[in-house]
Design a protein around this ligand. Structure first.
Ligand code: ADP
Ligand code: ZN
Length: 727
């Protein structure tokens, strides 16, 4: 018996199968999709079994597989095929696709380590009758007889509840023995959930999806607080009742925690969760629950899309516009594409939900490629907040650098009424963009409508899409003040300012610093929910998903930062961020307010947020995309050429650009090479080429050729990102 093995070679450059002999001892156990250990050169490394054959033709002497790493964990045929799809679609080495499905942090059980978690119990070592006789002859009651009686009553008792000496004494008499039983680290009880009667809109959306029994992609576009979660819960419930299973993706772990409780309430022990914040052991356990068919629902972040549920009935992706669904390292897959692949494989619905879907998704829904469903009302009876846009140019003249008068007044009122507030510090954007702190002016590229990036070494501003550059002046070209600077206030500074301005205020901060330890998110969220704090202050981390009933004020500081990201999606991202943030206010009946502080008072995007008008924003932005040939009208590919050697990187970039010009369709556009957004990173120089295309049947072959060419280079690397989420 022979096996074709895909080697997990550390440099990832060996992307092909090797044949090995299957030794007799494992012939009846080995299956395609298992991970095995094999000798490779002088090393012993891991690999995936791709196929098993009974014949082998070459006379080359084969080596033997050493052993199977974990018999329970197998990549199914579906996932093995999916790996090939990812390889084709993202140009990654096949092995990296499988590594994404079984992440290395998912430690497997092998001879040396066993990630199973056991609890130790004490049980009888003799028949109950014998023990009974023993107890009767042994009249004196003491701790030993207590333990024996406890076991008689309960069959087994937890070892850790009894002292060592008692256990030892009884063991020496051979009356009891120890057993270990596997337990899962995360265990949930089934409780009775609080269910809402679906409102008309929810019911209509639910019915439409439920009644379609084939692969259809739905866009559930529902305003913040419209009760999308309730629709998901009902769909999953229906799916489980029909004996099928479901995958529910959420963008970030902070959201997972808030939401996951709802899923536990409904589905209790039928839920497995999967995200990067789990410990290795927890991940292993959750994975085992899935392969053992003990759960029907997986809730998790991006990589949960690969969970090996059989009999999938539905895939739901919440907040589908989130960038986190795209993996930024190899393999550069997008979980939404994977969902569609699996959806089509199982012939089941895929539901994309959001209040602010991406333009690409919405355009597809409008064209009828996806089925478009709407939720237009707040489900909990709350009202959308009133939004005020504050012009910081006038506030700065009053020396209000962080809080405008309006925000201060509203916050006072909110505190007086014992309501709660959320303050969002928009920290998106890079310090390499230059903004006038007096009027809010930023430099933009005349060709691409992209914020220019400042280069200190040459003191000029450059567009990293097309290469346009101009000199940087000290004076602002708009208001002629010498006030050009990098924008940047931190959350700590805002916290201090809050405490100085409002003496008795209780503020809790949520940012990368305060959430780095396990459990810290949950604690912040719960403490805020329980009114231990008046204000939740944070970065964009706090903009989405949360449902705090008593929040009546949302203040957004520095709304401009994300408008100034040098990316064609900055308007879209800003709209989503601000709209989602304002969606945290007024989730129940209370009247509520949102204050957006900006240096761009007249900005169209901000005004669409103010009017809760996604439609106008969509039309406006689609028009820009059309004129400038951006998605969804064109597709993008980004190529990054990276080297420690500046000249080499530039030279190769020019070569690649030339090669592309000669080998892709004439209707496609090639921008660059230019300096990439983060031009110098870890001592590497980074150049970029962007391709915009609509129909190009030569493109993929050309990209593949280039990719193969550079794979064995040491001094230079080429990174190809197809459909990048940012450039
Ligand atoms: P979304 O995910 O669309 O922003 P949620 O699912 O968080 O909205 O729902 C917002 C609030 O409305 C939640 O507190 C939820 O419990 C409540 N809710 C949802 N559906 C209903 C309903 N049919 N009746 C009453 N309350 C509802
Ligand atoms: Zn440009």
């Amino acid at each position: 018996m022979y096996a074709e093995i895909l080697i997990e070679y550390p440099t990832k450059k060996i992307d092909k199968y090797f044949t090995y002999l299957v030794p007799n001892e494992i012939q009846d156990k080995i299956k395609a999709g298992m991970k095995v250990r094999v000798p490779f050169g002088k090393k012993i490394i891991n690999g995936f079994v791709m196929s098993i054959n009974n014949t082998y033709t070459s006379s080359y002497k084969l080596k033997e597989i050493i052993d199977i790493i974990d018999e329970e964990i197998i990549l199914s045929e579906e996932l093995r095929e999916l790996g090939l799809y990812i390889k084709d679609k993202t140009l990654c080495p096949l092995i990296t696709a499988y590594q994404a499905m079984l992440p290395s942090s998912l430690k497997l059980k092998d001879k040396h380590t066993d990630y199973n978690y056991y609890k130790k119990y004490l049980v009888l070592n003799k028949s109950p009758e014998d023990i009974q006789t023993y107890l009767e002859t042994y009249h004196r009651k003491n701790k030993q007889t207590d333990l024996l009686e406890a076991i008689l009553d309960n069959e087994k008792v937890l070892k850790s509840d009894y002292s060592y000496s008692i256990i030892k004494a009884l063991k020496d008499k051979e009356l009891i023995k120890e057993v270990k039983e596997q337990e899962y680290r995360i265990q949930k009880l089934d409780i009775k959930p609080q269910k809402h009667e679906l409102n008309e809109e929810q019911q209509a959306a639910y019915d439409t999806i439920k009644n379609i029994n084939n692969h259809t992609v739905f866009l559930l576009e529902g305003i913040t607080g419209s009760g999308k979660t309730e629709v998901y819960l009902n769909l999953i419930d229906n799916c489980i009742k029909n004996g099928k299973s479901a995958i529910m993706l959420v963008p970030e772990i902070s959201l997972t925690i808030a939401l996951v409780e709802r899923f536990y309430e409904w589905f209790g022990s039928k839920v497995a969760i999967f995200h990067s914040r789990l410990s290795d052991g927890e991940k292993y356990d959750e994975y085992l629950k899935i392969v053992r068919n003990e759960v029907s629902l997986v809730v998790g972040t991006r990589s949960a899309i690969f969970m090996p549920l059989n009999n999938l009935g539905i895939i739901i992706i919440d907040e589908e516009h989130s960038e986190t669904y795209k993996q930024e390292s190899v393999p550069r897959y997008n979980a939404i594409d994977i969902a569609k692949y699996r959806g089509s494989y199982h012939n089941i619905p895929v539901v994309l939900g959001s209040a602010t879907p991406t333009l690409e998704t919405r355009a597809r829904a409008i064209k009828g490629v996806y089925k478009h469903l709407f939720l237009t009302k707040r489900a909990g009876g709350g009202q959308l907040p009133e939004t005020e846009i504050v012009d910081m140019v006038t506030e700065v003249k009053k020396k209000n650098f962080i809080f405008s008068d309006s925000l201060k007044n509203c916050l006072n009122e909110c505190l007086d009424k014992h309501n709660q507030a959320i303050i969002l510090l928009n920290r998106r954007g890079f310090s390499t963009t230059i903004t006038c702190s007096s009027c809010g002016f930023t430099y933009k590229c005349p060709n691409c409508d992209i914020t220019l990036t400042y280069h200190k070494s040459t003191n000029n501003l450059r567009c990293h899409y097309c290469g346009y550059s101009e000199k940087c002046d000290l004076k602002c070209p708009n208001c002629h003040e010498e006030a050009l600077s990098y924008l940047g206030i931190g959350t700590e500074k805002v916290e201090l300012e809050l405490k100085n301005t409002f003496p008795n205020i209780k503020v809790i901060r949520m940012d990368q610093d305060t959430t780095s330890t396990k459990g810290s998110y949950e604690k912040i969220i719960n403490d805020f929910k329980n009114h231990q704090y008046d204000v939740l202050l944070g970065t964009q981390m706090i903009s989405k998903g949360f449902d705090f009933p008593d929040v009546t004020l949302v203040g957004i500081i520095n709304a401009d930062n994300s408008l100034n990201i040098p990316d064609f999606r900055s308007n879209e991202k800003t709209f989503a961020l601000l709209y989602q943030s304002s969606g945290r206010a007024g989730r129940r009946k209370l009247k509520s307010k949102v204050i957006i502080q900006t240096y761009n008072y007249d900005n169209y995007v901000l005004n669409c947020v103010k009017n809760n008008d996604f439609n106008s924003f969509y039309n406006y932005e689609m028009n820009i995309r059309k004129i400038l040939k951006y998605p969804p009208y064109y597709y993008l590919v980004s190529l990054k050429i990276i080297s420690q050697d500046y000249n080499l990187a530039l030279e190769e970039s020019n070569k690649i650009a030339l090669y592309l010009k000669n080998n892709i369709d004439k209707s496609s556009y090639i921008l660059g090479p230019t300096t990439a957004n983060m031009f110098k990173l870890n001592n590497n120089y980074r150049f970029q080429i962007v391709i915009k295309y609509r129909f190009d049947d030569k493109l993929f072959a050309t990209l593949k050729y280039l990719d193969d060419m550079y794979i064995n280079e040491n001094k230079i690397s080429l990174e190809i990102d197809i459909d990048p989420v940012r450039i």
